[in-house]
Design a protein around this ligand. Structure first.
Ligand code: K1U
Ligand code: ZN
Length: 172
């Protein structure tokens, strides 16, 4: 398995609408394993294929609390088929380092997806898992969490992020 480089905003691959997966095969399973390794190494609780430069509709998630056994969840061609309630929690993104903001999401969702055997499955989610699924599905549609901010907050984000990138360049 390999740790893949994570693409950062404003990389254009993060703005693309990802292509549906046609076949769940060994090459896709290998990509899923590499994405999981990359997510755990980051560390993060989710990772979508466009974040490693692959514009395909697949994401990995593990929201297990630290110290508990891993609960790796791989979603291929996921779609949210039911939504209920509202939530507004702070989010981060491995493609937008060192920036965090509260985002409005649905509180409870039902997601339909293919698993790594190509079987169609459905799963209900709430709490952090529901938020993470919505965040990862946004990545598959070229949407970053900062795209949910008001124009005022997005302007503040752009200025802060420019400074974060400048500081990172100085440290290199
Ligand atoms: O998709 C991503 O960019 C991953 C992102 C997922 C996410 C985080 C928070 C709310 C919604 C979605 C992350 O994993 S950011 C890092 C993070 O949350 C984390 C890192 C270490 C320990 C625990 C959490
Ligand atoms: Zn993200």
């Amino acid at each position: 398995m390999s740790i893949l480089p994570i693409r950062h905003y404003p990389d254009p691959v993060l703005k693309l609408i990802a292509e549906p997966v046609a076949t769940v095969d060994a090459e896709l399973r290998r990509l899923a394993a590499d994405m999981a390794e990359t997510m755990y190494a980051a560390p993060g609780i989710g990772l979508a294929a466009p974040q490693v430069g692959v514009s395909r509709r697949m994401a990995v998630i593990d929201c297990a609390p630290s110290g508990e056994p891993p609960q790796l969840f791989t979603l291929i061609n996921p779609e949210i088929i039911e939504r209920e309630g509202d939530s507004c929690e702070e989010e981060g993104c491995l493609s937008v380092p060192a920036y965090y903001a509260k985002v409005d999401r649905s509180a409870r969702i039902r997601v339909r997806y293919l698993d790594l055997d190509g079987q169609t499955r459905e799963r209900d989610a709430d709490g952090l898992l529901a938020i993470c699924i919505q965040h990862e599905l946004d990545h598959l549609d070229g949407i970053l969490f900062v795209d949910h901010l008001s124009p005022l907050k997005k302007g503040i984000f752009r200025k802060k992020y420019k400074k974060i990138l400048e500081q990172q360049r100085e440290q290199m």
